[in-house]
Design a protein around this ligand. Sequence first.
Ligand SMILES: *Cc1c(COP(=O)(O)O)cnc(C)c1O
Length: 385
Amino acid sequence: MRKVYLDHNATAPVRGEVLQAMMPYFAEDYGNASSVHSMGQSARKAVESAREVIGNTLGTEAVDIVFTSGGTESDNFAIKGVAMANLDKGRHVITSEVEHMAVLDSCRFIEEELGFEVTRISVDKYGVIDLDRLKDSVRKDTVLISVMFANNEVGTIQPVKEISDIAKKNGIYFHTDAVQALGKEPIDVEELGVDLCSFSAHKLHGPKGVGALFIRKGVKLVSFHSGGHHEKGRRAGTLNVPGIVGFARAVEIAHKEMASVNKRMKKMTKRFLEGLNKELNEIYLIGHPEKRLSNTLNISFKYIEGESLILNFDLKGISASTGSACTSGSLDPSHVLTAMGVEPTLAQGSIRFSFGCDNTEEDVDYCLAEIPPIVKRLREMSPLC
Ligand SMILES: *Cc1c(COP(=O)(O)O)cnc(C)c1O
C-alpha cells in the first residue's frame, strides 16, 4: 500500500541532507560545546556557525538567537519570561483566540499564577485577527502582545507587521510564534520589528526537540533554566549539538528552495482541492483563501465526523489530522475553528491536510482516487445527511 503523509504541520520527516549534516556530531565530533579542549571547541564552532546561518536567514545577528528544545519552550520562555521580568511595568498581556496551546496555556499560567489579565483578540471567519480591537485593547499596563505568524490548523497568515507597528507605537513588546512560518514564508525580524520570535526545527524537515527564540537586544526577560552559563546565561543546559546543526541545515535548505517549493505546494494543493470538489459536494475550505501557508488545506467534509475520516484514510495509508495533534483525542471542535465561527457541523468534519517537500503529484493522484469513495461511503451511513 502507498504511504501518503499529509501531516507536516504536526511534524515533517528529517531530510537526508539534514541527517547527513548531523551525523558527525553524535559519535565523532561529540564534544560538549562548553568544554575548553579541542573536542569541545569543535562542537562550539559548529553551534556558532549554525547560529550564524539562522541569524543571517532572519536578518539579524547570531547573538540574538537562543537555542531551545523547540517551539513549546520558546513560547513559554517568551511569554512567562517577559511577564515575570516586567512586573513593575504592568500585568496585562494581549494575545489572540487562535494561538497554539503553548501560547494560550502560557497566558493562562501568568493569569493564574502571577495575577495577569489577558485579552484574547477575536478573529474573522478567515482566522485573521481584528486589528481595531487589538488597538482598543492596548492599556498603559500592557507589557506584551503575542500573536502568531501563521496558524498551524488552518494556515492563515496574520498581519504581523501591522501588529508590530501597534506594539512599537505603544512601547509594548511583541512576540510572534513563527513555528509554522519558518522555511515557508520569508521572515526578517528587523523588517517586521518583532522583539521575540519562536521557531522549531521539526516543522521544516529538521530534527525534533530543538528550536530557537529570537530575543531582540535590550528585551527584559527572565530565564528559567538555571545551572550554567550556556547561551549567555539565558538558557542553561548542555547544547544539543547535532540537533542545532541539523536545524541550521534545514533552515538553509528551506530558504534556498522556498520560492520553488511554494510554487509546487500551491499547484499541488490546488489540484488536490479541485479534484475533491469535482467528485464531492458540500466540502468547504476553511481559512483565508489567499493569505495562507501554501502547504496547508483545512477542508470540512460536511455530515461526517473528522475522526472516522482519519481512521478510514489511515487504512489506505493516508495520514492527515483533525484539529491540531494536541487537541485531537477529544471530540470538541478545535478552539481555532470555534473562534473563526465555523458552525459545529462543519467543524466536526474538518480535516487538516498539510503537505511537505517530500510529497509528489502521484500522492495527489492516489488521494484523489481513495478519498472520495471513503467520503461517499461514510455519508451514506451518516445520520446527519
Ligand atoms: C508545532 C508548533 C509549536 C510547538 O513546537 P514544538 O517544537 O513541537 O514544541 C508551537 N507553535 C506552533 C504554531 C506549532 O505549529
